[in-house]
Design a protein around this ligand. Structure first.
Ligand code: PBG
Length: 335
């Protein structure tokens, strides 16, 4: 017996597959996370994230130029301060590294791309937690909200256009929104890292920001087993006025991402985090997987699950590859 229904017809050639593709990656859907370190003379390699560096202001500017030329949608800045203290003073100091880098880059590139900032205390605290501590050593939610409000104003004043609230404190979006509005920054947008899980995949990031954390973040980041709670966190951020919601990490949490995408009336982003990057790079270095295919497949899968935009350390590389492919196609080179 011979089948009449043959799905393979639509897979028969590269042009046909291209024509019927349900998911495409566009460079504008990619955002590059970047680390800018204080007191550096040269960019410093991050050993657990081969190809990624802690930037100086000048090397960061060159990287943002490259991202813009590749058509990337924006950049997300993280600061690595030289000095840390219990309340993360560097985070609210207008001359602190993250605010200084934001101002430096926003002045130069703020019209050409979207300069975004991570709004969290962990890079700035000597204990490495995302908030300030109460007398008993626990992370004090409501005292932290006051620090976040001051950070939000400092970042908006430095020129950040989108504040990425990644600390997982209750009420952080609402609180930052109120502070921004009261300070005349109603135009500054908020990205809620809404469903953020306590993941082993953040390991390499801890090296990237010279984190001093001992212990874990399980009293504020979510339990990896909890799917419904991811949706709840996203719905809360929407109710609090988030302009964009995000799920993080990406690849292991595609079910949560699909749930949030189905429920959200604002853009939904996903963060392909440091450990997702490191796993692919490490296996590729050993020749165990096809690196370029896996990068494209992983990001395609995150988009397929419902993300509109992906934060990925491969943003520029992949955008350049997509550009080269469409250039070659236009020149009749490939299908
Ligand atoms: C918090 C923050 C973290 C990441 C982004 N923002 C670290 C954490 O929550 O432990 C991780 C990103 C990555 O692993 O690539 N400032």
């Amino acid at each position: 017996m011979s089948p009449t229904i043959r799905p393979r017809r639509l897979r028969a050639s590269a042009p046909m597959r291209r024509l019927v593709a349900e998911t495409r990656i566009h460079p504008a859907q990619l955002v590059l996370p970047m680390f800018v370190a204080e007191g550096l003379r040269e960019p410093r390699a991050i050993s657990s994230m081969p190809g990624q560096v802690q930037h100086t202001l000048d090397s960061a500017a060159r990287e943002v130029e490259r991202a813009i030329a590749a058509g990337v949608g924006g950049v997300m800045l993280f600061g690595v301060p030289e000095h840390k203290d219990a309340v993360g003073s560097g985070a609210t100091d207008p001359e602190g590294i993250l605010n200084a880098a934001t101002r430096f880059l926003a002045e130069r590139f703020g019209d050409a791309t979207v300069i975004q900032t991570d709004l969290c205390l962990d890079e700035f605290t000597d204990h490495g937690h995302c908030g300030v501590l109460a007398a008993d050593g626990s992370v004090d939610n409501d005292a932290t909200l006051e620090r976040y409000a001051d950070m939000a104003i400092a970042q908006a004043e430095a020129g950040s256009q989108l504040l990425g609230m990644s600390g997982m404190m209750d009420g952080q979006v609402e609180h930052a929104r109120a502070a921004l509005d009261a300070a005349g920054h109603a135009g500054t947008a908020i990205l809620g890292y809404s469903a953020k899980y306590a993941s082993a995949l953040y390991g390499p990031f801890r090296e990237a920001v010279d984190s001093s954390l001992t212990g874990d973040r399980k009293t504020y980041q979510q339990d990896p087993g909890n799917r419904r709670e991811g949706l709840r966190e996203a719905l809360l951020d929407l109710a609090e006025g988030a302009d964009i919601v995000m799920v993080k990490p990406a690849s292991l949490y595609l079910d949560v991402l699909a749930d949030v995408a189905a429920a959200s009336d604002v853009p939904v982003w996903a963060y392909q985090v440091s450990g997702e990057y490191a796993m692919v790079e490490a296996a590729a270095e050993r020749g165990w997987i096809d690196r370029d295919r896996l990068i494209a497949e992983s990001i395609t899968s995150i988009l397929r699950a419902g993300a509109d935009t992906v934060l990925t350390y491969w943003a520029v590389e992949l955008a350049e590859r997509l550009q080269a492919q469409s250039g070659a196609r236009a020149a009749g080179g490939i299908a």
